[in-house]
Design a protein around this ligand. Structure first.
Ligand code: MLT
Length: 244
């Protein structure tokens, strides 16, 4: 089986894809499902998310559909009109039972959409669910597993490369793979940076989040394989990707 790592989303996936955006979209998506969310919808724009939740009432005033909660960010800060930002720490402290969370973020949800354009199985992976995600991907894949790093603002992100290396290590322990240069780069990053918290805290986006007072999210995202929840993109409906 082939193992491929794209340090930025390139598309053209034909089998199983692990989408990685550990600061913070995929870490937060795992937290939503851990906390009882019935499903996740990944929209292509904030406007689409707002249109899903708010409908014109009889008097023309917007009426909220309480089934939906909107979470997302731009530049790490909550999107105006959304119910909350994109903090896994905040998500882990709430109860989402009976609710569907609609996500739109700077990089992560877009990467999931790129993967879903052709990928047969699209799974969301973080450090927090890394072993479970690797195991699920190995069970689903036929010929290739692609680990797709979201990056940050269309530039390679250190933390996603590190997480791809952790996933690659798990996968290599599960079976025989031929690895591409991207996978070798990710493994080298993982093996040279060692401690996950140091790796994430030293990344550009980790430093940015810490400056915003969101350093607790970086510490949360560094916890390896504490969750067995693996958000799976069931199908790309309209512009949303339904995850369960
Ligand atoms: C992303 O999509 O890159 C992340 O969600 C950014 C963030 O949450 O700070």
């Amino acid at each position: 089986m082939k193992l491929r790592v794209d340090l930025l989303p390139h598309g053209g996936y034909s089998d199983t894809v692990l989408v990685v955006d550990i600061l913070r979209a995929t870490t937060t998506a795992v937290a939503y499902l851990e906390r009882g969310a019935e499903g996740l919808l990944l929209t292509a724009s904030p406007e689409r998310a707002l249109a899903l939740r708010d409908h014109p009432g009889p008097d023309g005033e917007p009426v909220r559909d309480e089934r939906y909660l909107l979470g997302g960010e731009r530049g790490g800060l909550p999107i105006p009109g959304f119910d909350f930002g994109n903090s896994p720490v905040e998500a882990s402290g709430r109860n989402f039972t009976g609710r569907t969370v609609v996500m739109n973020t700077t990089n992560g949800t877009g990467a999931a959409h790129v993967a879903a354009q052709s990928g047969k199985h699209v799974l969301l992976a973080a450090l927090t669910n890394a072993h479970a995600a690797a195991r699920r991907a190995r069970a689903r894949a036929v010929e290739e597993i692609a680990i797709v790093c979201s990056g940050t603002d269309e530039r390679v992100s250190l933390e996603d490369a590190y997480a791809a290396g952790v996933l690659a290590e798990y996968l290599l322990a599960m079976g025989d793979f031929t690895v591409d240069d991207g996978a070798r780069i990710a493994l080298t990053v993982r093996r040279n940076l060692g401690n996950p918290l140091e790796a994430l805290s030293s990344s550009g986006h980790g430093v940015h989040l810490d400056r915003l007072g969101l350093g607790e999210d970086v510490r949360y995202a560094a916890r390896i394989s504490e969750s067995t929840v693996v958000p799976t993109l069931a199908e790309l409906q309209d512009v949303e990707g339904a995850l369960r």
